[in-house]
Design a protein around this ligand. Structure first.
Ligand SMILES: [Ca+2]
Ligand SMILES: [Ca+2]
Ligand SMILES: [Ca+2]
Length: 321
C-alpha cells in the first residue's frame, strides 16, 4: 500500500526524471483508446439509493471500465498483475450531464475480503478498501494529491524550488473523489481537502454492500471544477460540459484482505490503476497522463429512446393513440 509519503516521494522522482528526458514531455505522448461517456438527461437520473445498477442498464449504459483495463501495480505480494475474481473485480459506469454539469458514476465492486471503514473512522486511514475516481474536466493538468491549502502554500513557499509551482497551480488541479465503504452505512463520497464539495449541491451518493458482504454498489455524481478552492465554492469555477468535449479521467483502488498484525499495514494492501494509453503504470498524480474520455450526446446511446417517444409508447400501452 502506498502511503501519502510514498506518493510525495514519487512526485519528486518523476519530476526529476521528466526534467531529464528531453523531448519526451508526458502530455505529448501518444494516447491509447479514448473512453466514451454518454449523456444522462436530467429526467433520467438514476436512483442512487437502490443498491443496484439496473436503472443504468435500462437507459442503455454499459460499463465504461472493468477490472480487465486495470493492473495491480503495487506491491509485489500478491504478485503485480491482472485483477479478477476471486480477489477484486468491478464494473464502473460513467454518465455526464450538461445542465447542471455533473459526472455520474455507478460502481459495482466485488472483493473476497472486505476491510471496511468503521463509523467515524477518517476517510484516508490506511488498511481499508477504497476506490477512487479522478476528473480533470478542462484538461488543465495538475496533481490531485496536492490540493492547494493555505497552510500548504505557505509551507511550500519556504522552498523556492517546489513552492512556486505548487502555489501557482491556483487550485486548477484535477479533483480526486474517494469511494469509502463503511460498516453498516451507505458508502461515503469524499474529496481530499475539499470537504465543502462533499455535500449538495456539489455531490451526492448512495449505495450498499450486498448480502454476505459480496459486492458493493455505489452510485453518485459530482460537479467538476476548473478551479476548486479549499476555502469554499465562492471563488471556485465549475467546469462546462458539452457534447464532443474531451475530459481526463482516472480510476484506481486499494484492496486489503486478510490482515496480519506482525506486518506493517501499508505492506499488506494492493493498489490498482487504470492502464490505458499514456496511463500505463499510471502516475495517478499527473492528470495529463490520465485516459481521455469523450462526452457523447444522449441521442447516440445504444438503446436511447427520446422521452417524447417514451410518452407515446406509454400512451399506446394504455390504449391511447
Ligand atoms: Ca441505481
Ligand atoms: Ca481482495
Ligand atoms: Ca479487500
Amino acid at each position: 500500500m502506498r502511503s501519502m509519503g510514498w506518493w510525495y516521494a514519487m512526485v519528486g522522482t518523476v519530476v526529476f526524471v521528466t526534467a531529464n528526458a528531453p523531448g519526451q514531455p508526458a502530455a505529448a505522448e501518444p494516447r491509447g483508446d479514448i473512453l466514451r461517456i454518454y449523456e444522462m438527461l436530467p429526467e433520467e437520473a438514476p436512483n442512487l439509493h437502490d443498491g443496484g445498477l439496473t436503472d443504468w442498464q435500462r437507459l442503455g449504459f454499459s460499463p465504461t471500465l472493468t477490472e480487465s483495463r486495470f493492473l495491480a501495480t503495487y506491491p509485489a505480494d500478491p504478485p503485480v498483475g491482472l485483477l479478477g475474481p476471486p480477489d477484486v473485480w468491478f464494473s464502473l459506469y460513467f454518465g455526464w450531464m450538461e445542465d447542471p454539469p455533473r459526472l455520474y458514476f455507478g460502481l459495482q465492486l466485488c472483493d473476497d475480503t472486505w476491510q471496511l471503514y468503521e463509523d467515524g473512522e477518517a476517510p484516508l486511514v490506511e488498511g481499508k478498501d477504497r476506490f477512487v475516481v479522478g476528473i480533470d474536466a478542462d484538461a488543465s493538468g495538475g496533481n490531485a494529491w496536492e490540493a492547494v491549502t493555505m497552510e500548504g502554500c505557505r509551507d511550500k513557499q519556504r522552498d523556492p524550488e517546489t513552492g512556486q509551482q505548487y502555489c501557482a497551480s491556483d487550485s486548477r488541479q484535477a479533483q480526486w473523489w474517494y469511494c469509502i465503504p463503511r460498516t453498516g452505512r451507505e458508502p461515503e463520497l469524499y474529496q481530499i481537502e475539499r470537504a465543502w464539495a462533499t455535500a449538495l449541491p456539489w455531490s451526492e451518493s448512495g449505495g450498499s454492500l450486498g448480502p454476505h458482504n459480496g459486492c458493493l454498489v455505489m452510485e453518485g455524481w459530482f460537479v467538476p471544477f476548473d478551479h476548486s478552492y479549499y476555502e469554499g465554492p465562492q471563488r471556485s469555477v465549475v467546469s462546462v460540459l458539452y457534447p464532443g468535449q474531451t475530459i481526463l479521467l482516472y480510476a484506481g483502488g486499494e484492496d486489503f484482505d486478510e490482515m496480519q498484525t506482525d506486518t506493517p499495514v501499508y505492506d499488506q494492501g494492493m493498489w490498482y490503476d487504470v492502464q490505458i494509453g499514456a496511463c500505463a503504470h499510471c502516475p495517478a498524480f499527473d492528470s495529463t497522463r490520465w485516459p481521455q474520455a469523450v462526452l457523447l450526446p444522449a441521442s447516440t446511446r445504444p438503446t436511447f429512446v427520446p422521452s417524447e417517444s417514451w410518452g407515446r409508447v406509454k400512451s399506446r400501452s394504455r390504449g391511447g393513440p
